[in-house]
Write a protein that binds this ligand. Structure first.
Ligand code: ADP
Ligand code: MG
Length: 343
């Protein structure tokens, strides 16, 4: 064994990056979340790929942008404008709060950021190039208000992680799934996805959840869905579920968000399915799109670096309310006669 020593900051950042940046889709998720947190109403994701895989991930937003000083700070590990201390987490409304994404992404890639504050006096913006965590270039440039972040050469300095990447199409599918879940949770934003110059996906602004579903999965599915609503003093459930005939072999089309944060929850997905009682064949799952607005004090978002899991207080009541809301939606359409637990 060699002597014990403290790791150098570059190695520390590369190790930390492993938790947040698993694959191109994680980069897309973090950049899109930053654009959403910046108050953007229009977000463009551009991806380039060649036979070997994804070569570029670029997100352009019309959000609040950054001053030159903020742009440099944004790449520091644990630098965030979103919380001051841990108590802020109990009222958090932003998707980010860890101040880790940009530092982590930049530690394992080459990042170019062009940004200009919205409504500021400055007529020019800032261009920063960060490679392997080092700022290698800063310049004043002409730029529109908002921010563009471009990530290239992902994992160029972490060959082990690069080896674990799947085929280009698999990685692209993961990226598209990320955009879909964010678009579903944020109807107030127009999302557009372009791959190698071709449009792959586009949602309209403020057209409502059903319109977003139609844009992503087709008008037929959207038309067949039933509205779901439920309420407790600390909870509002809103969404759409499929009729029992429209079912799937896995729960992957149960799309959930809590306070606008798209999340994964086996328990809530199971609660949705439970609302169908025996209307669904064994091992089949409904299609569902559901947002739970929950008092922020009851939601712990600080469970995992990727922030896709949350811990809920009063979980049992919330799960029961979800099941009851789904059961009621089916009953309103006279589809639940056989469901157990109905009076
Ligand atoms: P977090 O989102 O957890 O705060 P990030 O590393 O993702 O951490 O971003 C660091 C900071 O950089 C953010 O808190 C924000 O102030 C700023 N920032 C990042 N992306 C953008 C953007 N697209 N527009 C405006 N500010 C941004
Ligand atoms: Mg962030």
């Amino acid at each position: 064994m060699t002597e014990i020593h403290v790791l150098d900051p570059e190695t520390v950042n590369q190790i930390a990056a492993g938790e947040v940046v698993e694959r191109p889709a994680s980069v897309a998720k973090e950049l899109l979340e930053n654009a959403i947190d910046a108050g953007a109403t229009v977000i463009l994701l551009e991806i380039a790929s060649d036979a070997a895989g994804i070569t570029k991930i670029q997100v352009t937003d019309n959000g609040e942008g950054m001053t030159p000083g903020e742009a440099v700070l944004a790449f520091q590990p644990h630098a965030t404008s979103k919380i001051r201390d841990i108590t802020d987490l109990s009222t958090i409304r932003t998707l980010g709060f860890r101040g880790e994404a940009l530092a982590s992404i930049a530690a394992v890639s080459e990042v170019t950021m062009v940004t200009r504050p919205r409504g500021g006096e400055a007529l020019s913006g800032t261009r920063l190039v960060v490679r392997g965590g080092e700022i290698v270039e800063t310049a004043e440039v002409g730029a529109p208000e908002g921010t563009t972040v471009t990530v290239e050469r992902l994992f160029y300095n972490t060959p082990v992680r690069r080896k674990f990447l799947k085929s280009r199409n698999t990685e692209l599918a993961h990226v598209y799934a990320v955009v879909e879940s964010l678009a579903l949770a944020h109807g107030e934003i127009a999302f557009r996805v372009v791959h190698n110059g071709k449009e792959r996906m586009a949602t309209q602004r403020s057209a409502g959840l059903l319109a977003t579903v139609a844009g992503l999965y087709g008008a037929d599915l959207a038309r067949s869905l039933l509205p779901v609503e439920g309420r407790l003093p600390f909870l509002t459930i809103r969404g759409y579920v499929s009729r029992p005939q429209e079912n799937r072999g896995s729960p992957s089309q149960i799309s959930l968000s809590i306070n606008g944060r798209s999340i994964l929850s086996r328990k809530i997905a199971a609660a949705v399915r439970e609302g169908y009682g025996n209307l669904l064949p064994k091992d089949r799952y409904p299609v569902a799109f559901m947002d739970l607005a929950i008092d922020t004090g009851l939601v712990d978002v600080n469970v995992h670096p990727t922030k896709r899991e949350v811990r809920l207080s009063r979980e049992r009541e919330i799960l029961e309310a979800v099941t009851a809301a789904v059961r009621k939606a089916l009953a309103d359409h006279d589809l639940s006669r056989d469901a157990p637990g109905e009076p």
